[in-house]
Design a protein around this ligand. Structure first.
Ligand code: HEM
Length: 509
């Protein structure tokens, strides 16, 4: 009897849910739906179960379904919520310009950055973006090249021990480079993770990111109350507290030193001001642009600076690491990059400076082409918070979600031609791109990546430093050279084989 009551209850509950979502059900009948079967209650959620590699494979399959559709879209049910998946530039642009709210599923990634720009609700995000935008001015960015240059020399030096020893993963060398560069330019601290293998800040940060990714792919842990009773939460919170305490101390010291300088300025003269007009970190710039003592609170400063560390470290590292692997598989392209480096630097060992970067046009195209085929962030998600009418005339209803399939847009032959799957950096040089908006590695619209230029400068400096000293060779025993790279997905897209290469010093010691 109890079982029968339970069954009746479940059936009634399913009908109630369906009735509440009737607008979405109507919409789902007007747009293409994935070929996979939708199951009661969970919809298509089951297709994402499995390993990180299985998940990436499934995203690729959905992307291809969307590419093959005339309107460039497909859709799926995630529980009771309908998601439209777009591989079409016009549809994606429209959504990214009209709907700025991040999808609810991403809320679980706010544990570290709280209301920091990247995942904040629009109400909080809008004024914060206004404060953050001027800190990324070309003048401020070019001063950071000195940091990229110094840190990338350390990376090249660290790589000496791995060069000439056979295949190895280049990932740790690159991610510690980006971590040291981002921490120095954001907080003004030398965390020295490149030289200190067990650097506590880096270790906590890495673990926090891993736990975030694990939580994101397990929807049953998205609920805060549920997650808090799991044993993993304690570990996660401990990491977060360590990182926050570390940054809080830096902010307090910075506030104090600004106050001390002001006092000294009153007592001394303008000359001191001149001396202090050197490199300014994002933290200093944020204190200034938000209004000094009457601007951001220490918590707001912590949230915004942590957003930069989080959004700027692994994204750029993944970009540079994929570039290294692709260059190892395309020696002809690598030779062209080296030739360009020779034209700019000759045989000198001089440090890379800001004026060198715009001259490295081919390297720029190589990195863009890498990000086209292997975008660090292969999909992004938005909440549809108002009705939007698509070019096809179909209206997306409030409450559904949108997945902008960057990976699929980047491989859609409609925009990139029949050789869309090929690694051909020249497409970014030949002429102006036919569909510039089809390059979406840094997203599009008002909420697009604010660190785009910073990232390109950092990756170019790192690749130039690497290639001036070493030739990158493929790890032929690790990869099946006739097949595409095997990929996996957590919050980002990565290489299953951890970006394995071989290095050969260009000059014999
Ligand atoms: C290859 C490197 C990078 C890639 C591929 C990348 C990609 C992205 C993407 C796709 C988004 C938008 C997400 C969305 O629309 O939902 C984003 C946002 C953002 N990125 Fe990047 N990013 C990179 C490097 C950086 C760097 C170096 C920084 C800072 C130093 C940075 C800071 C940010 C911030 C603050 C946001 C949030 C913007 C907002 O919501 O207003 N990113 N990034």
């Amino acid at each position: 009897m109890l079982i029968q009551i339970l069954l009746v209850f479940i059936v009634v509950w399913m009908f109630v849910l369906r009735w509440q979502k009737r607008n979405m059900v109507e919409l789902s009948q007007k747009i293409p739906m994935t070929k996979y079967r939708s199951l009661p209650l969970i919809g298509h959620a089951y297709i994402f179960f499995g390993s990180d590699e299985d998940r990436m494979e499934m995203f690729q399959k959905l992307g291809r379904e969307a590419i093959e559709d005339d309107e460039g879209i497909t859709s799926l049910w995630q529980g009771q919520k309908l998601y439209i998946v777009s591989a079409d530039v016009k549809v994606s642009e429209l959504i990214l310009k009209s709907c700025l709210e991040k999808d609810d599923a991403l809320k679980c990634l706010q544990m570290l950055t709280g209301n920091g720009s990247v995942f904040a609700p629009v109400k909080i995000w809008r004024p914060r973006r206004k404060v953050l935008a001027p800190t990324f001015s070309p003048r401020n960015l070019s001063q950071f090249v000195e940091i990229f240059s110094r840190q990338s020399s350390i990376m090249a030096e660290q790589l000496q021990s791995a060069a000439g020893t056979g295949a190895f993963s280049i990932w740790n060398y690159i991610t510690t480079y980006t971590m040291d560069s981002v921490c120095e330019s954001t907080l003004g601290v030398a965390v020295n993770s490149q030289k200190q293998v067990e650097q506590p800040f880096l270790k906590r940060f890495e673990l926090h990111t891993q736990l975030d990714s694990a939580r994101l792919v397990q929807p049953w842990f998205h609920n805060e109350a549920v997650y808090k009773i799991t044993p993993i939460y304690k570990k996660h919170a401990k990491c977060r507290d360590y990182i926050c305490e570390f940054v809080d101390q830096i902010i307090k010291k910075k506030r104090q030193s600004i106050a001390d300088e002001k006092e000294a300025m009153v007592e001394s003269d303008q000359d001191l001001k001149q001396d202090k007009e050197g490199l300014k970190t994002f933290l200093e710039l944020l204190i200034e642009t938000s209004g000094g003592n009457r601007g951001y609170t220490n918590i707001e400063l912590r949230e915004e600076t942590l957003v930069l560390v989080l959004a700027g470290t692994d994204t750029s590292a993944v970009g540079a690491a994929f570039t290294s692997v692709l260059l190892s598989r395309h020696p002809d392209i690598q030779a062209k990059v080296y030739q360009e480096l020779q034209e700019v630097f000759g045989d000198s060992d001089r440090p890379i400076v800001a004026d060198d970067l715009p001259r490295l046009k081919y390297l720029d195209a190589v990195i863009r082409e890498t990000l086209r085929l292997y975008p660090s962030v292969p999909i992004i998600a938005r909440k549809i918070d108002k009705e939007i009418t698509l070019p096809s005339g179909v209206t997306l209803v409030k409450g559904c979600g949108a997945v902008i399939h960057i990976w699929a847009i980047h491989r859609n032959p409609r925009y990139w031609g029949e050789d869309a799957e090929e690694f051909r950096p020249e497409r970014f040089l030949d002429s102006t791109l036919k569909y510039p908006a089809a390059f979406m590695a840094f997203s599009h619209g008002p909420r697009a990546c604010i660190g785009y230029q910073y990232a390109m400068m950092s990756m170019k400096t790192a690749m130039a430093a690497l290639l001036r000293q070493y030739k990158i060779l493929p790890a032929t025993d690790t990869y099946d050279m006739d097949k595409p790279l095997r990929l996996k997905f957590d919050v980002m897209m990565r290489d299953v084989h951890h970006f394995t290469v071989q290095l050969e010093p260009r000059r014999k010691a």
